[in-house]
Write a protein that binds this ligand. Structure first.
Ligand SMILES: Cc1ncc(COP(=O)(O)O)c(C=O)c1O
Length: 344
């Protein structure tokens, strides 16, 4: 059973290498805390944590349904979007069933597949992005779930809703297709939006999103899923009691209220992402077009070596041995430090 390996934090790197002032660009978090109005309501809510919170996070579901213009029975809320993903696999995958995903992708997919004794079917990426024709061709009657991290973690590339629609029209309606949109806010609008564009026509589509990234609530653990009411009702049965804590519920609603402020920060990160990608391209690096809050350096066999050199200089990134490194976009100062360390 493989274990999930989280990104290293700055303090760990400082201790390991005997350095100071390391920066963490390893876990695709935002560099700032939540917006001030969210911090305020969470602080106030802390006094009420002697009581269990609402198991179903009803108020969050209602607010999300209103915000997304869907019915409330199309919405679920979980302990991070990975919490919902685990619920989904527990609900639908029996031992021997296939779970299909492009690979390299999000580290959690093989871990969760093994957890339910599913059979992993990994379809290689083509030019660091999904080969959806190959994904469709690899689907069989045993394929229970297809997992698509869009944008893809760690390569940062994204496919359009038109391409996802073609896939949905090709695979069996009994196969659940998950669009894991943890980085939704950082994607180009031109790629489309599955909630208005696809959910209505495809009851086997489940869209997962999170408050961990753009909204800066990673440590509170709250994510949501939008799909068909039957799928939502089924996966709700596997929700661990009170999995979505009270502070997370309060923070999620306040973050939706502060959406404009959140999106101002997202625009800043997108601007920095463009600046970093251009600087890398100007220096001769070939970087896949980034659609999330990170860039990917396809270093192949040199991945570990470059990762280690960056880390010894206090820039902590995420390595994928033999493949590449993933670098989160941080503040302007942090991004400058990464570029200066890498490019010299
Ligand atoms: C593709 C993808 N999905 C989900 C997550 C985690 O989201 P959450 O914090 O909502 O569980 C991540 C975080 O790294 C991710 O990269």
């Amino acid at each position: 059973m493989p274990a999930y390996r989280p990104g290293k934090d700055a303090a760990q790197a400082e201790e390991e290498h005997g350095i100071v002032e390391a920066i963490k660009l390893a876990s695709n978090e935002t560099p700032w805390g939540p917006v001030p109005s969210v911090v305020e309501v969470v602080s106030d809510a802390a006094a009420g944590t002697n009581r269990y919170a609402d198991h179903r996070a009803t108020a969050v579901r209602e607010r999300l349904a209103d915000w997304m213009s869907v019915a409330v029975d199309q919405v679920t809320v979980g302990c991070g979007s990975v919490g919902i993903l685990q619920q989904l696999l527990l609900t639908y995958v029996d031992p021997g069933d296939e779970v299909l995903y492009p690979w390299r992708s999000f580290e959690v997919y093989p871990v969760f597949t093994k957890l339910v004794d599913g059979v992993e079917v990994a379809v290689p990426l083509k030019d660091e992005t999904f080969d959806l024709e190959a994904v469709a061709a690899a689907a069989t009657e045993k394929t229970k779930i297809i997992l698509l991290s869009n944008p893809n973690n760690p390569t940062g590339t994204a496919v359009s809703m038109a391409e996802i629609k073609t896939l949905l029209e090709t695979v069996s309606p009994d196969t659940i297709v998950v669009l894991d949109e943890a980085y939704r806010e950082f994607m180009s609008d031109d790629l489309g939006n599955p909630i208005p564009d696809l959910i209505g026509d495809h009851p086997n589509l489940l869209v997962l999103r999170t408050f961990s990234k753009a909204q800066g609530l990673a440590a509170l653990r709250v994510g949501y899923g939008i799909g068909h009411p039957e799928v939502i009702e089924s996966i709700d049965k596997t929700l661990f009691p009170f999995a979505v804590n009270g502070l997370a519920q309060t923070a999620a609603i306040a973050s939706i209220d502060a959406h404009d402020q959140v999106m101002e920060r997202v625009e800043f990160i997108k601007g920095e992402r463009g600046r970093v990608a251009t600087a890398l391209a100007d220096a001769g690096w070939s970087v896949p077009s980034p659609q999330a809050n990170f860039v990917y350096l396809p270093l192949g066999a040199r991945a570990d070596e470059v990762y280690l050199e960056l880390e010894k200089s206090g820039v902590v990134t995420r390595p994928f041995t033999g493949e590449g490194i993933r670098v989160t976009i941080g503040t302007a100062e942090e991004n400058d430090r990464f570029l200066e360390t890498l490019l010299g």
